[in-house]
Design a protein around this ligand. Structure first.
Ligand SMILES: [Zn+2]
Length: 103
């Protein structure tokens, strides 16, 4: 019954929580850097999140995307799946003036 608090992680090296149910995690390259992208089935989400792509709430139990810049869990956001895919189109990868990937 007591609400679980999400304490902001200071080190940035903590693992994201692993108890979100069935999901699939991948790494995608975006302008801001390497994102870890998790596709949430929706069955385990229990509160609405605001999508930064369209500034609308993602209803509970809706399949969506959780993405954060690699090793920077504070950047984690929940996105509608189409908004996440549109984000990539809105900011094409042609301008890469900084943060070159370290291969
Ligand atoms: Zn959206």
């Amino acid at each position: 019954m007591s609400p679980r608090r999400n304490h902001p992680k200071k080190s940035g090296r903590n693992q994201p929580e692993r108890d979100l149910g069935t999901s699939f995690e991948a790494v995608e390259e975006h302008d801001e850097g390497m994102y870890r992208v998790r596709r949430i089935t929706g069955s385990s989400s229990n509160k609405p999140y605001r999508c930064p792509g369209c500034d609308q709430l993602i209803p509970t139990a809706t399949p969506h995307i959780v993405a954060w810049i690699h090793e920077d869990i504070e950047t984690r956001r929940h996105w509608h799946t189409p908004c996440w895919e549109k984000k990539d189109r809105r900011s094409p990868k042609v301008q890469r003036s900084r943060n070159a990937p370290k291969y």
